[in-house]
Design a protein around this ligand. Structure first.
Ligand SMILES: [Zn+2]
Length: 144
């Protein structure tokens, strides 16, 4: 499909996240034993030490924890050159224990501010995302 090479040998503890995204599902890891949300993903729960992890479906709705406008890209992100300038968000998910996920903002930016409510949309794997699926976020106009 693409000339872009995915990361060899898998990603690590967050591999299930990327596999779910590829299926069009947004999932965050959670300890099966103590129910703590675990993000960034880990192979073992940092609270109770359990190795039993679930990947729970989460509605991709959150609030902007912080954001930045990118005016340049490194060689490693050359696929994004045509998108400049673009905004990257760190989105906080209250329904997943306050987990924070990164993603690019799409659409209207007039209500862009910390605390604004955003909704994620899953994109299929693309060259731009190094062969992975991704989640792009847009500001919910009625909540801004
Ligand atoms: Zn636990």
């Amino acid at each position: 499909m693409s000339a872009v090479q995915r990361i060899r040998g898998g990603i690590g503890a967050d591999e299930e996240y990327w596999l779910a995204i590829e299926r069009g599902e947004f999932r965050i890891s959670r300890c099966r034993h103590c129910k703590s949300w675990m993000w960034p993903a880990n192979f073992r729960c940092g609270k109770c030490g359990s190795w039993d992890i679930d990947w729970e479906p989460v509605e991709p709705i959150g609030t902007i924890y912080t954001w930045t406008r990118n005016h340049a890209v490194s060689e490693a992100l050359a696929e994004r050159q045509a998108d400049l300038p673009y905004v990257t968000l760190l989105v906080e998910l209250p329904q997943a224990g306050g987990a924070r996920v990164a993603g690019v903002l799409e659409g209207d930016e007039t209500a862009l501010k910390i605390g604004a409510q955003v909704r994620g949309r899953i994109l299929p794997p693309s060259d731009k995302a190094k062969g992975y699926g991704s989640v792009v976020w847009s500001i919910e106009s009625d909540a801004a």
